[in-house]
Structure formats: C-alpha cells, structure tokens
Write a protein that binds this ligand. Structure first.
Ligand code: COI
Length: 387
C-alpha cells in the first residue's frame, strides 16, 4: 500500500527531513516526504474521520540521557513500530503521558499550530507528577516544528480538517523494579483527521451528541491523577464507552467520584452548559484542564461578553428547565453540541436550530475555528506558525 501510494502520487522517498530514529524504528516501514508542502494530491481529504488515517508519515523521537538527563536532538524517522523491552516502565507501571495538538492549513496557506505552548506546559506538569524527565518549551516547540515540517503534506487543505499531533512522553527503560525509568522518551507521531464525533447532519448542520451518565464507574478520584493526560486515564473508559456506544450514545459523561452529583467531564472532552444566560463549566481539580476549555472560557468572557462560572456543576441543575444549552469542547471534539444526556432515572434533551447548535455553542464554534483557520483575527497570538 505504501509503495502503491508512492507510485500513484509520485512522492519522493526520504528527503533532507528524514533521518533514523534512536529507538530502533523497524525498517519495513517507510515514510514519504514530499518536496512540496502542498496537501498530498489525490488523497481523499473529504473522507477524513478521527483516527490514524495514514501511516505514511514521519515521527520524531528525542530521548533524555540516563546519566545526565540531557535531551538528544530530535530524530526524524518513518512512522514505525518502536522496539521496546517488555520490562519498559511505561508498559509495566504506566509511566506514560500524551498530548493532543492540531496543525491547520490556513486559507492563505500558512501552517499553524494552535497554542502548543499550553500543551508543553501541561505535559511538563504531568511529567513532574509521573517522575518523567523535564524539558523546556524551546525543545518541545522545536520537536513540534520538526514534526510538522516533515509532515507538511499531511496537513489537510484549509477547512478540511487538521493534522492531529500526538506527543507521547514515556519511561521506556527496561527494569522490573518499581521505580521511575532512568530514561524518558518524547515521541511525536500524528495523522490527518476530521471530526471526532461523526455527527454531520442532513443539510450541513451537525447532529447534537447523545451522552450516557456513567453510574457504575468513576473516572478520577479527588487528589488523584484525573487532571493529568496520563495514558492510563483513558483505558478504564473503554468498556464504559463501548457499552454506551452499543446503546446508541456517542460518549459517556462522568460525575464526581466523591458524591456522584456534580458533572466532571465527557470521556475525552470538557463540559459546558448555559443556565439562565450564564455559562457554567466544572472547575479544575479532578478534570483534565483542556486547552480548548481554557480558550473557550477566554473567548466567551472577553469576546462574547457572557459570564462564565468555573465551579461545581450539579447534574440536577443541568437536568433543570433553566439549562437551555450544553456542549463539550476539546482538541479532537472542537465544540460539539449535546442534544441528550441520559441516566437511569431520566433523560434531558435540548433541541437547537438547523445548525445543530445552541446560540452560545455556535458562536464559540465559529469564533474558535475562525481563529484556527486563519479567517478571523488571531488577536491573542494563539497560532504558532511553522515556517
Ligand atoms: C484530544 O482532544 O486531543 C484528546 O486527547 C482526547 C482524545 C482524542 C483522547
């Protein structure tokens, strides 16, 4: 398949952007670097869903030195299996974090990444909690630059999705002892992606998503690691999510573990609702501090001019008649309107206009994606351009 694509698209193999990785990339995988930054010609950019849509990409790997803690140069290699020991700390004891970042092609053909400095901050904070080696912003942004540059042809045409960038921070030293890995690896891979929720409705609007409240499982404990983007926070959601999807729900809504009365977050996005004209969103603590959440709060307060309260969001209030609208936000989810929330004792439903959104969610979606696509002014300097 890979060779077929080369033949069909005439991409050149491995340019100046390609070198071998230090963690032992398997040689059967190859990536194809285009001398042009234009989107891969002939690729079906309209069919993108959220997933690993191609493996014909480059990945970037850096490792911290076991003795000195100093980081290696960023090495670019084909996306490929990495050879790691079965005793790697990340596999045995879960010493692994990830990030989700998006690069967009703007209408005037610039390649921009949305607020990667915030991903860097969050990953460093998580790294401190997980005893992984620290790094600075210059290193993180440099690695991201290298990644986007090597995969520029996988940044979709303007308005057709994004290049989803997945930095992983992992302890890969092989050992049996219950102790942090001596070495930390930062690996960045990614794929062009489209919508996270397959919710495009008839007539161009979106279909609001349906959520099921998790009543048997909690996502995060007070004083636990729910606020980190630890890989291990996501697998426990799989069975709950699968059961919900089998019943026709798009995702699961989690309540607080201590009392089961306050909204925490959707499995992979943050929750917002509008009650009596005021926007409410769960306060930081056990939830993941989303970068889209942060941006949404700022845009709503400063540009839309609405009051946004970060606090306890009672599920009873969400179910009350005064809650006129709900939506969730995330790098992958962007701004997705919520149409239904179900629990064993009842159902709450909202109906919106033909766009599929309530007024606040729609304004936010347009404001946010306008900045990301470069069609609205980026007055806050949120776009990081890869030149
Ligand atoms: C993101 O929104 O980028 C996430 O990391 C959530 C998810 C896709 C796991």
């Amino acid at each position: 398949m890979l060779l077929g694509r080369v033949g069909r698209l005439g991409l050149s193999v491995a340019s100046r952007r390609c070198a071998s990785g230090s963690v032992g990339a398997a040689s059967s995988f190859r990536f194809f670097s285009s001398s042009s930054r234009d989107p891969v010609p002939g690729y079906d950019w309209d069919a993108l869903g959220f997933g690993l849509n191609t493996k014909d990409t480059a990945m970037v790997i850096l490792t911290s030195d076991e003795e000195t803690g100093e980081w290696s140069e960023a090495k670019v290699s084909p996306y490929a299996p990495m050879m790691i020991e079965p005793s790697a700390v990340a596999l045995n004891y879960g010493q692994a974090l990830f990030e989700g970042v998006k690069a967009y092609r703007t209408a005037d053909d610039r390649l921009v990444v949305f607020r990667p400095q915030e991903n860097c901050r969050r990953m460093r904070e998580g790294g401190a909690r997980y005893a992984l080696a620290d790094f600075d912003e210059e290193m993180f942004l440099g690695a991201l630059d290298t990644f986007v540059d090597a995969n520029a042809h996988w940044v979709p045409p303007a308005g057709k999705g994004a290049l989803y960038i997945r930095p992983l921070l992992m302890g890969l030293t092989g050992q049996l002892g219950v102790a942090p890995s001596a070495e930390t690896t930062l690996c960045i891979y990614g794929s062009p992606v489209g919508d996270y929720f397959k919710n495009t409705g008839a007539g161009g609007g979106v279909t609001p998503i349906k959520l099921l409240i998790s009543e048997e499982h909690d996502r995060a404990a007070p004083k636990g690691v729910g606020s980190t983007k630890a890989a291990g926070n996501y697998a426990p959601c799989f069975t709950v999510q699968k059961a919900a999807r089998e019943k026709g729900y798009n995702d699961v809504l989690y309540l607080d573990a201590a009392t089961n009365t306050y909204v925490e977050e959707v499995a992979a996005s943050n929750f917002f609702c509008v009650r009596d004209g005021v926007v409410h969103t769960p306060a930081l603590g056990t939830i993941l501090g989303g970068i889209t959440r942060l941006s949404a709060i700022e845009l709503l307060r400063e540009d839309y001019g609405v009051q946004v309260v970060e606090g306890k969001v009672s599920i009873e209030d969400v179910f009350s008649d005064s809650t006129s609208e709900a939506f969730c936000v995330g790098t992958a989810a962007v701004v997705s309107p919520i149409g239904t929330i179900d629990r064993s004792s009842g159902s709450k439903q909202w109906s919106y206009d033909e766009s599929g959104y309530g007024p606040v969610g729609k304004w936010l979606f347009d404001a946010l994606t306008g900045i990301q696509k470069g069609t609205s002014e980026d007055s806050r300097g949120w776009l990081y351009e890869v030149k």
